[in-house]
Ligand binder design. Structure first.
Ligand SMILES: Nc1nc2c(ncn2[C@@H]2O[C@H](COP(=O)(O)OP(=O)(O)OP(=O)(O)O)[C@@H](O)[C@H]2O)c(=O)[nH]1
Ligand SMILES: [Mg+2]
Length: 258
């Protein structure tokens, strides 16, 4: 794959806003005259708000897998992901034919498929880990409490641990959070001691003690990858996302046509 193609993977817990952000970012890039296409990697999605140039459902759908193999919805998701890994060569051929400067990948709702199973590794290696970036979406509700925020940091860290790609943390649907909540989350991400203090003042239960231990391990790993508030609704942060991508892959140059 050509060096100047950047693959952007939107990853996050179920309902965190991956699909909406994929669409919004596609529109944002298009409006600026940039060359972009979408790959839908979610075999279980019924309705998409965009028309993907490449759609995994042309090969595999969760529904077909359920019928063909007699498995339930969760088993079917896993099987579909494994089947996708086997068939990715065909998708890759299509990508090579169509090519675009920015390729957006919308991933399945079940984050463990991306985070822990082999299929995502196969996909990333096929398109090139060095020219790919993972955007991990922080769910706004989980990001509103210190313990929820720590859980997301842990999840983000466990994905970073698996892949050799550049990585960005995004605070999704930031339009739903007030200014104060966004400010808290940004403080927590940029200075882990503020998160530690907030965690201590949250209810003092055993669960909370466990969170604090988790947090210490996380601090040791030093895996906080910043946090950028974004919104698919208001387009807040999409320019920041673009800037981060340009800094990572194009030495900060602007690729927008004049
Ligand atoms: N207000 C607001 N709502 C959003 C935003 N992004 C997504 N939503 C809403 O959140 C819900 C889930 O969004 P999706 O984009 O489908 O989330 P997803 O992560 O793709 O969901 P799954 O693929 O099912 O895991 C939908 O009702 C969206 O309309 C946003 O930036 N602002
Ligand atoms: Mg989705």
């Amino acid at each position: 794959m050509e060096q100047d193609q950047v693959n952007i993977f939107f990853v996050g817990t179920a309902g965190s806003g991956k699909t909406a952000l994929t669409q919004a970012y596609y529109e944002w890039l298009k409006e600026r005259g940039l060359d972009v296409l979408i790959v839908n990697l979610d075999p279980g999605v019924e309705l998409l708000p965009y028309a993907p140039e490449i759609d995994v459902r042309e090969w595999i759908t969760t529904r077909d897998v359920m019928e063909k193999y007699g498995v339930g919805p969760n088993g079917a998701q896993i099987l579909a992901a494994d089947l996708l890994a086997v068939q990715f060569r065909e998708i890759q051929d299509l990508l090579e034919e169509q090519r675009a400067q920015y390729v957006l990948f919308d991933t399945p709702g079940q984050i463990e498929l991306f985070a822990y199973r082999q299929a995502s590794k196969v996909v990333l290696e096929a398109v090139g880990e060095q020219n790919s970036i993972i955007s991990f979406l922080f769910d706004p509700v989980l990001s509103s409490t210190p313990s929820g925020f720590v859980s997301l940091l842990m999840l983000s860290a466990s994905i970073q641990f698996r892949f050799q790609t550049p990585f960005l943390n995004l605070l999704s649907k930031s339009d739903l959070l007030g200014e104060e909540k966004v400010g808290d989350a940004l403080d927590w991400a940029s200075d882990l001691s503020t998160l530690y203090d907030a965690l201590l003042s949250e209810t003092h239960t055993m669960q909370n003690e466990a969170n604090i231990e988790f947090f210490r391990a996380l601090e040791g790993m030093g895996s906080a990858s910043g946090l950028t508030p974004v919104s698919a609704k208001t387009y807040v942060g999409l320019e920041d996302l673009y800037t981060s991508i340009q800094q990572t892959f194009f030495a900060g140059e602007d690729n927008m046509p004049d």
